[in-house]
Ligand binder design. Sequence first.
Ligand SMILES: Cc1cc2nc3c(=O)[nH]c(=O)nc-3n(C[C@H](O)[C@H](O)[C@H](O)COP(=O)(O)OP(=O)(O)OC[C@H]3O[C@@H](n4cnc5c(N)ncnc54)[C@H](O)[C@@H]3O)c2cc1C
Length: 502
Amino acid sequence: MAADVVDCDVAIIGYGPVGATLAGLLAGRGVRTLVIDREVDIYPLPRAAHVDHEIMRIMQELGCADEMLAGMRPNPGMDFLTADHEVLLSMRSPGLTSLGWPASVFINQPLFERQLREAVSRLGATTLLGSGVAAIDSSEAAMYEHADRVQLTLDDGSIVTARYVVGCDGARSFTRRTLGIGSHDLEFEEPWLVVDMLINDADSGLPEFALQVCDPARPHTLVPMPAPRFRFEFMLLPGEDPVAMQTPEAVAELTAGWLPAGAATVERSAVYTFHGLITTRWRSGRVLLAGDAAHQTPPFLGQGMCSGMRDAANLAWKLHAVLRGADEALLDTYQQEREPAVRSIVQAAVDFGRIICTLDPAQAAARDEAMLAARASAAEVQDTSEGVPMAPLTGSLVTAGGGRPSYQPTLAGRRLDDLVGPRWLAITRCAAGEDGAWWTQRGALVLGADEHPELVALLDAAVAPDGIVADAVVVRPDRYVLGGAPTLQHLAAIAEPFLPPV
Ligand SMILES: Cc1cc2nc3c(=O)[nH]c(=O)nc-3n(C[C@H](O)[C@H](O)[C@H](O)COP(=O)(O)OP(=O)(O)OC[C@H]3O[C@@H](n4cnc5c(N)ncnc54)[C@H](O)[C@@H]3O)c2cc1C
């Protein structure tokens, strides 16, 4: 191999939030990880404003969640309003979820990404910033020349070789285009103006929770970010000029109904066309896609980046296991598990978007009538205290009672995940015996609910195949429950084909 070639186990193209998360999770497992980005600094324009409890849990693994939480703003819920501000739909999520974190928190993305990058560097990933990837060669010739490695050529001519490459290079993904992979279009395309304001007066009277104002004259969204920031998003109407709509005068006019003149200044603004897209193939041999490179969603549920970070958590432990000798078929379960889950959340966001983006007054009136009637006949407030409902994972790596994130109790003052680390967790109702030894040999932590009664709820939440409450539960390294069963032995049979050799 030539001297100027940089070699690693996993090369990540793109140091956005998804690439950074994957880099941290891999480096934390001891994988030699290199992240490449053509930009040195984080993206400067307004994008993500919200993350959920699962993302906080991933940040916990990276060691930065508590520090991040201090700069965030817990989100108590979201209301959908008519043009006259009558409530169409109300969702509330107070307190902590069973995952140990608030269901929803508002973030300032630049601060969030800075803290994330600091954590990634503490965990020991190498970064190569300021030069983009110009070519990806995973041909047989390249693999032969570089001993089973994909070759990347950077803009400055330098060469990187890696056993696996993950394209986390965003919506216009160079990796996806190089692999010639197309997308399913969920046929949603709307232009929105996004404005982050700096509010002068803490007592501004702005709402404490997110609002979706379904006004056919101008659909708009309000997002209370960490003080002193506040986000407004306005749908652009046909024929409006995106540049003219970003002037301070235009923004002052748009926000006039919510803020008196001079109460705030524009920090940053951008016009985006919101899409719903899902890439058809997320893996081609040793090259994989994650985050916006694999899927894009309109931001009405604040789930684009969250979905990408879930991709990273799903992929990190699988890449680590394959690098330690597990069957490469484990990597096929990545798209099998993530695509249906992403599809359901993108579809939900598109459906919400269609509700919100109605410009026809007659259609809007019919929508309001139907939603008000639905609200009158059901609970006035929808309880989302366990977060926005997500589809469970399906496929060969989950079984009955599995497919969802596990509860995270506190054991003797320590959060469960901090105790487990990036390992498998096997839990039994009583002492585990020999079945437990099988898991211990494979690096898992084995705990009994007889010694740790806080784990009983976790066992009770998983139902065994015969419908009887499970006496054994296994949690995967990404904190998703593999399943519940009468004994750990039943669960070993499911996991064994995917584990590295002992
Ligand atoms: C208005 C708006 C609001 C949003 N709100 C939310 C929200 O509240 N919650 C949420 O979860 N999501 C939200 N999202 C979505 C979220 O911003 C994106 O899903 C997220 O930023 C995608 O992260 P990523 O790391 O996949 O890609 P990106 O952040 O786009 O990062 C890709 C990186 O790859 C680099 N790159 C590209 N090509 C190359 C190359 N050839 N070589 C090297 N580097 C390369 C780029 O420089 C970039 O740094 C919102 C989006 C918008 C537009």
